[in-house]
Design a protein around this ligand. Structure first.
Ligand code: NAD
Length: 432
């Protein structure tokens, strides 16, 4: 089929590349001409494992092309996927302006029956509103389908091929079947529903996962008070299949481009609909506080943070991505900057990003060794494999004072004891 994908961000590019990989003919369009130039050269503008190879392969076989030209991208296509950003506004509501602009552009350009698919995460009722907008700008027949995305940055390609479900929210069977057909090669189970329910499934799923994280983080904080070990508690409850073991890793809370924004959006939607979401509101508050547990641990250990040399390991909001959107590292760095600490950071892929006020004021190290050398305290913020595999004994050798605050429980306590470091983690007894 002839497919267009609007937006070449984490979701749009992965969608376009994998549709090309399974044999569809794909045009990806973006308003960012620098991105499009890079993509035409076979360069991925962000870090996502496995994406580069698939991009190069499908550029070479001619199934994948890139453009900034709406006429080329929108005329005479079977299906047009909209995967542009839907960021938060200051009050938590969703800014759908990029999405609206994209669908108006699409509506003005189409010349025959086209299926328009909203892949961006959008508030409930958006598909209905968008349908009316499209109808205002075209006399062509069209269908609108909601098809929210569930991939995770860092394992996006894997997730496309091994997804748990594809959700299709459509009013007409013909359009729903077209979208289902497109996904057939991936072999993922398909769930058909109405557009409003499809839109809400995406938010309710992310809110549930966010709540699970906040729940275990609160239990972790309680473990510290009661002398229990959250690793054991999480394992013990996760063995119950009704609960499941995933998303029970205690840490510094969730960040990233989805969970914080989507929980805020759902809370805002509920408020507008005069419906209380008290559990989610609490989960969100817990999450906002959680990064501060490392600051409290540092303040308890050192009389003052002023001038203290602190190494921070891991900047991205989670491993295997370079995404810094709402990353916990930025909250911690800002707080430490305010306290006058001297900061050096290391991340395997994030390196001197431009235009980030917090990161402009810190030193970047080229390796874990360099970050730790002479440091008086270290904080593990992102559990990259390289960071988890780094021997604790090296902390002892390299640091001036081997105080390790492990915000992601990367090491077993026995290893910390053996390495002779002073080790504080989340929801587990301190080793000192
Ligand atoms: P992104 O910010 O990485 O990319 C969005 C892209 O859209 C940008 O390249 C931007 O230039 C482009 N764009 C904006 N307006 C455009 C227009 N009118 N025409 C063409 N291109 C335009 O965003 P993302 O992280 O890929 O997220 C996209 C959507 O998918 C969001 O709604 C997000 O909530 C949702 N989502 C994201 C993830 C994720 O892990 N990132 C997962 C599931 C769902």
């Amino acid at each position: 089929m002839q497919i267009t994908v609007v937006g070449t961000g984490y979701v749009g590019l992965v969608t376009g590349v994998t549709f090309a990989e399974v044999g569809h003919e794909v045009i990806c369009i973006d308003v960012d001409s620098t991105k499009i130039k890079m993509l035409k050269r076979g360069e991925v503008p962000f870090y996502e494992p496995g994406l580069q190879q698939l991009l190069v392969h499908n550029l070479a076989n001619g199934r994948l092309t890139f453009t900034t030209d709406g006429d080329e991208a929108y005329r005479l296509r079977d299906v047009i996927y909209v995967a542009v950003g839907t960021p938060s506004k200051a009050d938590g509501a969703v800014d759908v302006s990029y999405m609206e602009q994209a669908v108006v552009d699409v509506a003005k350009a189409i010349e025959e029956y086209t299926v328009i698919v909203i892949k961006s995460t959008v508030p409930v009722g958006t598909n209905e509103r968008v349908r009316a907008m499209v109808a205002q700008h075209t006399s062509c027949p069209f269908d609108l389908v909601s098809n929210p995305e569930f991939l995770r940055e860092g394992s996006a390609i894997y997730d496309i091929y091994h997804g748990d479900r594809i959700v299709i929210g459509a009013e007409h069977e013909r359009a729903a079947e077209t979208v289902a057909m497109l996904h057939k090669p991936f072999g993922t189970p398909i769930f058909h529903t109405d557009p409003r329910s499809a839109e809400l499934i995406k938010y309710a799923a992310n809110a549930f996962l966010a709540t699970k994280i906040s729940y275990i983080n609160e239990i972790a904080n309680l473990c510290e008070r009661l002398g229990a070990n959250v690793d054991a508690v999480a394992h013990g409850i996760g063995l119950d299949r009704r609960i499941g073991a995933q998303f029970l890793q205690a840490g510094l809370g969730y960040g990233g481009s989805c969970f914080p924004k989507d929980t805020r959006a759902l809370l805002h939607m509920a408020e507008t609909a005069q419906s209380d979401l008290r559990v989610l509101a609490a989960a969100s508050t817990v999450n906002e506080r959680q990064p501060y547990v490392v600051i409290e641990k540092l303040k308890k250990r050192f009389s003052s943070l002023r001038g203290l040399r602190i190494a921070l390991l891991g900047l991205s909001f989670k491993p295997n991505t370079d995404d810094l959107r709402e990353a916990v590292s930025l909250v911690i760095l800002q707080e430490l900057q305010a306290a006058g600490a001297s900061l050096i950071v290391y991340d395997p892929v994030v390196d001197h990003p431009k235009g980030n006020r917090v990161l402009e004021q810190v030193m970047f190290a080229g390796s874990i060794d360099e970050a730790l050398s002479g440091a008086e305290a270290s904080i593990i913020v992102t559990e990259w494999e390289e960071i988890k595999a780094f021997p604790l004994a090296r902390y002892k050798v390299l640091m001036k004072e081997a105080v390790v605050i492990d915000g992601r429980n990367c090491y077993p306590l026995a290893k910390a004891e053996k390495a002779g470091v002073e080790y504080y983690s989340i929801g587990r007894p301190a080793v000192n």
